[in-house]
Design a protein around this ligand. Structure first.
Ligand SMILES: [Zn+2]
Ligand SMILES: [Zn+2]
Ligand SMILES: [Zn+2]
Length: 345
């Protein structure tokens, strides 16, 4: 993530909503991929000082979901680019659901900045009613037919997330029960969007054969593969060498989604580190070996620093040679998709 600057010169971070130096309101403009300082106009619209006369409105979810993203004043949309991608939310009469929904939208906004950063193509359900990207955040419920459990996952452009994932205690308990090294809301978002881009960029494309050579044949029955994984764990003595995580060893689709999530983790963290001049910024088309070499050094230091503060390793993974090959492929796919116009609109 980049750093931003207020009109007064103060440094701003993604998610800041008010400048602590000059007191200006702040908002995120996805078209500029920037946090911008705002002055209120007499017409009730926001203006960015020195921003070339661009006027903005707040996203209509500014209160309900604490959304700090902006909508251009001339736009007919009430909701921002990120909020428009959600079509189902849990019952907000339940106070916990309101808190969980806010956390999920915050993680989703961060995810959308990844897509903007990489210039990835994005179509919503209005642009592509069959396979456009849409999110639904649902809670487990008791129905007349019995308890209904919400499974987090992706199907045909629709990403479903169980709102309980936004409950830190539930999430940590699940992480331990499943033996996972890492479980976060942003991680869920980056994983599920990986399934979306597999459908958009790999399925039926010229990439498909190389995908199968690297990740395996996705025609392997999916439900059975997951059942086997949850019953017996990852298969094969060398699964840890061939995959970034245990779950990645469950099925080629999950291997892709896990690897994709790591590509987003690594390139975003390297951009952040580059902004703070800890290492070089990731470059488009940069050799993956160089990029991963920098990541290796950085993540080792990051883990050590975290231990100095009595915290868990933030990156408890090892990028092996076979995993690096998968990341190289993802970088190629992202590069080709990003250069073909891209940029979420
Ligand atoms: Zn300021
Ligand atoms: Zn919004
Ligand atoms: Zn998955």
């Amino acid at each position: 993530m980049r750093l931003f600057h207020c009109a007064c010169g103060n440094r701003l971070h993604f998610g800041n909503t008010r400048c602590l130096s000059c007191g200006r309101a702040l908002g995120f403009d996805p078209a500029r991929r920037a946090v911008v300082a705002l002055d209120a106009g007499a017409d009730g619209l926001w203006r960015a000082p020195g921003g070339g006369g661009q006027r903005y409105r707040n996203c209509a979810n500014v209160v309900a979901a604490s959304c700090d993203w902006l909508v251009p004043a001339e736009s007919g949309d009430a909701l921002c680019l990120a909020c428009r991608l959600t079509d189902t939310i849990p019952d907000l009469d339940n106070e916990l659901n309101r808190i969980y929904w806010g956390r999920l939208e915050a993680a989703k906004r961060y995810l959308i900045t990844d897509l903007l950063r990489l210039g990835l193509p994005l179509a919503d359900r209005w642009q592509d009613p069959q396979r456009g990207l849409v999110f639904q955040f649902l809670a487990d419920a008791d129905t007349p037919e019995g308890p209904q459990q919400i499974i987090t996952g992706h199907a045909g452009g629709r990403i479903t997330i169980n709102v309980a994932e936004a409950d830190e205690i539930h999430r940590e308990r699940t992480r331990i029960a499943l033996g996972e090294a890492y479980r976060t809301l942003l991680g869920h978002m980056r994983h599920e969007i990986g399934h979306y881009y597999w459908m958009r960029l790999i399925e039926g494309s010229p990439w498909q054969e190389r995908f199968r050579a690297l990740f395996g044949d996705e025609r392997e029955p999916y439900e059975q593969a997951l059942q086997r994984y949850y019953q017996f764990g990852p298969q094969g003595p060398d699964w840890a060498v061939r995959h970034i995580s245990a779950y990645a060893a469950s099925h080629p689709w999950e291997d892709w989604a896990e690897s994709w999530a790591h590509y987003l983790h690594i390139t975003d963290a390297l951009e952040t580190a580059g902004v703070y001049q800890l290492t070089g910024m990731p470059q488009a088309g940069e050799d993956i070996e160089q990029l991963l070499e920098r990541w290796h050094q950085l993540s080792e230091a990051l883990n050590a620093l975290s231990r100095s503060l009595g915290q868990r390793d933030p990156y408890p993974f090892k990028v092996t040679e076979p995993v690096a090959e998968k990341l190289r492929f993802i970088q190629e796919v992202v590069g080709a998709a990003g250069s073909s116009g891209g940029a979420a609109s």
